[in-house]
Ligand binder design. Structure first.
Ligand code: GLC
Length: 396
C-alpha cells in the first residue's frame, strides 16, 4: 500500500469517527463499539493529524483537557453524551471516568508542534500538562520511589492483559466476563476510597507497569523540552531530573536478566509474565545499544515468543495465557506495533522496523481497520472501523 492510499483510508476512518461538542471536535475510536473520547486514543489521533491537519489534532487534545480533574488527573474516557455502551458509574457524575491512561499527551502535543510551530497552543495547554504529570509524580508515587502506580488494569490501556491476572486472582485462562467483573470491582473500591489513590486504592491494586512508566519517561523528556521552549527553565530541569530518577528506579526495581518486569505492591514483587511490555523501554530509549540488540534478537525475533506470522503478538506465544484472538492476551494491536516501531527507530534497527511496518500494512490491507488482529492468521477482530490504524502513517 502506498502512502497516498494509506492516507486516504486513514482520513476516511477518522472522518467517519468524528464528533463535535460545542466548539470542539474530537474523534471516537469506533462509532459502534467505543462511541466516546478516550485519552490515549486521542493522542494517537493527534499524531496522525500532525500529518493531515495539525490544528484538528490540537482541537482533539483541547477537548479531552476540558475534562481534566482539579487534582490534575485526566480521565481515560469522556462520554460527552452518555449512551448504553460502557454504562459504568465511575463515581463522579455522568461525564467522565475516574481513572487515567498512559500519559502520551505531552508527546502528542510536541508532535503537533513539530509540524506547525504553534507556540500559542503549547502555552495554552502547558498548565494542563504540568498538572497532569505532577499528579502522576506525586499522587501515584507517595513514597517518592519514582515509579508511577496504576490503580486499575484499564489504566494501562491493556484492559485484560495477563500481566494483571495474578493480582486480580485469576488463572491464566479465564473468560472476559470474569476479568471485567474484577475490574469493575476495583472501580467500586475507588469510589469507596473516595478516589484516594496513594493511600487507599493501593491496598486493592497497585501496579508499577513497565509500558506506562516507559511512556512516562519519554513524555517527561518531551515535557522538559516544551518547558524549555516556553522559557520555564526551572520546570524543564525538574521534569528532566524526575525522568532520570525514574530510569534509575526502573533499573533498580524492575530489571532482571536483561528484562524489565512490571511490579506490584509495596515490595515491588516482579510480575514475570512475558508480554510486549518487555519492549516498551525501547520507546523511552534508556537501554544501552547492546541491551537493546540482545532484547530484539532473543525475544522480538524469536519464533517461539514474539515472531508470529503477523507480529507483534501482545503476549509471548510460550505463555500459558497466550491466546491468538483474545483481546490483550495475544492478538496484534497497531498502537503497540507503533510503540515498538518507534523504539526500534531510536536504535536504528531498520530490518526489524521494516518487518513490523510490512506486517502492519498487510493487516490493514487484508483485514481493514480493526481493533486488533489474530496474531497467527491476521484475521480482523474486535471493533470495526477502529482508528488506531491511523498510526501506520507514522511508520512510513
Ligand atoms: C479498549 C482498549 C483501550 C482503548 C479503548 C478505546 O478498552 O483496551 O486501550 O483506549 O478500548 O479504544
Amino acid at each position: 500500500m502506498t502512502r497516498d492510499e494509506l492516507q486516504k483510508k486513514v482520513c476516511a476512518v477518522l472522518e467517519a469517527n468524528t464528533k463535535t461538542v460545542g466548539d470542539f471536535v474530537y474523534t471516537v475510536p469506533s462509532i459502534e463499539t467505543y462511541p466516546y473520547q478516550f485519552l490515549w486514543d486521542s493522542c494517537f489521533h493527534a499524531i496522525a493529524f500532525s500529518y493531515l491537519n495539525p490544528s484538528r489534532g490540537e482541537n482533539e487534545l483541547l477537548a479531552i483537557l476540558r475534562e481534566q480533574f482539579e487534582n490534575g488527573l485526566i480521565p481515560h474516557m469522556v462520554y460527552w453524551e452518555r449512551g448504553e455502551l460502557i454504562d459504568i458509574d465511575w463515581g463522579m457524575g455522568d461525564k467522565r471516568s475516574t481513572i487515567t491512561q498512559p500519559p502520551m499527551i505531552a508527546y502528542a502535543a510536541w508532535r503537533l508542534y513539530e509540524k506547525n510551530n504553534n507556540t500559542a497552543f503549547l502555552e495554552k495547554i502547558y498548565p494542563n500538562l504540568f498538572h497532569f504529570y505532577k499528579y502522576l509524580i506525586t499522587e501515584r508515587d507517595p513514597h517518592e520511589k519514582r515509579l508511577i502506580g496504576l490503580i486499575n488494569p484499564d489504566e494501562s490501556g491493556e484492559d485484560n492483559s495477563p500481566r494483571f491476572d495474578g493480582l486480580l486472582g485469576l488463572p491464566p485462562v479465564h473468560t472476559f466476563k470474569e476479568n471485567l467483573e474484577k475490574r469493575i470491582a476495583l472501580v467500586e473500591e475507588n469510589k469507596k476510597c473516595n478516589f484516594d489513590a496513594p493511600f487507599c486504592m493501593k491496598n486493592f491494586f497497585w501496579v508499577k507497569d513497565v509500558p506506562f512508566n516507559s511512556i512516562m519517561v519519554k513524555n517527561l523528556e518531551v515535557l522538559s523540552t516544551i518547558a524549555t521552549k516556553l522559557g520555564r527553565g526551572y520546570d524543564a530541569e525538574y521534569f528532566s531530573r524526575v525522568r532520570d530518577e525514574m530510569i534509575e528506579s526502573m533499573r533498580n526495581l524492575m530489571f532482571e536478566d536483561g528484562l524489565f518486569w512490571s511490579t506490584y505492591g509495596e515490595n515491588y514483587n516482579k510480575i514475570k509474565v512475558k508480554t510486549w511490555a518487555i519492549f516498551a523501554p525501547l520507546f523511552a530509549g534508556f537501554l544501552s545499544k547492546e541491551e537493546a540488540a540482545t532484547l530484539v534478537r532473543k525475544h522480538l525475533m524469536n519464533e517461539t515468543e514474539f515472531l508470529s506470522k503477523f507480529p507483534v503478538p501482545t503476549v509471548s506465544m510460550d505463555e500459558p495465557s497466550y491466546s491468538e484472538k483474545d483481546m490483550w492476551r495475544g492478538p496484534t494491536w497497531i498502537a503497540i506495533n507503533w510503540i515498538i516501531y518507534q523504539g526500534l527507530k531510536n536504535y536504528g534497527f531498520s530490518e526489524e522496523m521494516d518487518l513490523i511496518q510490512k506486517s502492519t500494512l498487510e493487516l490493514l490491507r487484508e483485514s481493514g481497520f480493526r481493533e486488533y488482529y489474530n496474531s497467527k492468521t491476521g484475521e480482523g477482530l474486535g471493533a470495526k472501523n477502529f482508528t488506531w490504524g491511523c498510526l501506520a502513517l507514522d511508520m512510513m
